[in-house]
Design a protein around this ligand. Structure first.
Ligand code: OGA
Ligand code: NI
Length: 364
């Protein structure tokens, strides 16, 4: 395992784009062409209050799961197989930690642009304040500004991107990061059991991990039916914990060929299976495409905490996940190569997982 990998990866250079928050500040009706989605990609903006409750994503009681409750363990299995997404309640993360984290993100985006720019992305490694990776001039852009920070392990943090002028900013991340790590590890331990291993089975395979945070700010948009907050993608990680706004929905996941809105539950955390987990489990657990939509009246904040392996890790299906009923569905690839490929092909939703690693059925 690449513990010696002290420096942060070079993932290739992103094209610079303007701050969406500033566009809206200067003109609330501004809508440059690069944000207007092609017809087929435009969202049907649901009436948030009316969104049906029939397709709610699974809810897992984390306290029961951690105690080894059989019913909750089965629910986790089902959630990872059929949805790739679930919400956890009773996760033990103190409300105060969640509230301070949200307040820190809100305080950051309230800063004037010049202040935020002190923490701007400046190289190839994506950390700092800016926008999601932009590969081409033709790319449709996200209606979103963000901050990306590597948060664990401590030794690889780069504090120059951390807004130390905001009182409590660092402390809020510190506390949230620690709690999120505990929860992510417990979920992975339970998934290991479900895969027929002991609790450390997955950890032995992916080794030491890094944790990173993506703080998203989606400004209101005068035409939410024309733009996308974050374009459809799957997360190229092991597992993601998403803290979303309690009041303003926006996350949609693809389920049975429909976009299902994930309705916020106060203080719950949304969890999703990432591409690496899908590959390790040989496709048993699904890394599902998702996106965020915007609305006309309220800005929305969210925080994705991602658990990623080190660059040198060779990822491929674990032996326990391959048998005659479930032949090997993915080849092996170094994680860094997978990431590079993912970023270069960012425009194509989840197609990269299918194209890069998936072994075509004809090869059997
Ligand atoms: C992400 C993401 C969704 C949201 O940051 O990877 O999918 O609701 N965010 O902000
Ligand atoms: Ni995501």
């Amino acid at each position: 395992m690449g513990c010696e990998d002290e420096k942060v990866s070079d993932w290739g250079k992103s094209l610079p784009v303007p701050s969406v928050q500033e566009l809206v500040r200067n003109d609330p009706r501004s809508l440059p062409q690069r944000y207007i989605q092609l017809h087929g990609d435009r969202p049907v903006v649901p009436d948030m209050a009316m969104a049906s409750s029939s397709s709610d994503i699974p809810i897992i009681d984390f306290a029961l799961l951690a105690k080894g409750d059989e019913h909750e363990t089965r629910n986790l299995d089902l959630a990872c197989r059929e949805w790739g997404f679930f919400q956890i309640i009773n996760h033990g993360m103190p409300e105060e930690v969640l509230l301070k984290m949200k307040a820190a993100i809100a305080a950051f985006f309230e800063l004037p642009l010049e202040e935020k720019n002190k923490y701007a992305q400046d190289g190839n490694n994506f950390q700092g304040y800016g926008q999601a990776y932009v590969a081409s001039e033709d790319q449709k852009l996200d209606w979103c500004d963000m901050v990306f920070l590597i948060t664990l392990p401590h030794e690889i943090r780069n504090l120059k991107y951390w807004a130390d002028t905001i009182p409590g900013f660092k402390d809020a991340i510190e506390k949230y990061s620690k709690e999120a790590q505990k929860v992510a590890e417990e979920i992975c331990a339970n998934i290991s059991l479900l895969m027929g291993m002991d609790k450390d089975g997955l950890k032995r395979s992916y080794g030491n991990t890094k944790q990173a945070m993506r703080m998203n700010y989606y400004p209101p948009c005068s035409r939410p039916d024309l733009v996308i907050g974050i374009n459809p993608h799957s997360d190229p990680d092991i597992i993601t914990l998403l803290l979303q706004d309690d009041e303003v929905p926006g996350l949609q996941i693809r389920h049975k060929d429909e976009w299902v809105l994930v309705k916020p539950i106060r203080n719950a955390i949304v969890v999703n299976v990432g591409d690496v987990m899908e590959i390790l489990s040989n496709g048993m657990y699904k890394s599902i495409e998702h996106r965020a939509i915007t609305n006309e009246s309220k800005a929305r904040l969210s925080l994705a905490t991602i658990m990623i392996p080190y660059d040198e890790l060779e990822i491929g299906p674990m032996e326990c996940a391959v048998d005659e009923h479930r032949p090997r569905m993915y080849g092996n690839m170094k994680y860094l190569d997978y990431l590079r490929y993912t970023f270069a092909r960012k425009m194509e939703g989840k197609a990269h997982l299918d194209n890069t690693l998936k072994i075509k059925s004809s090869s059997f």
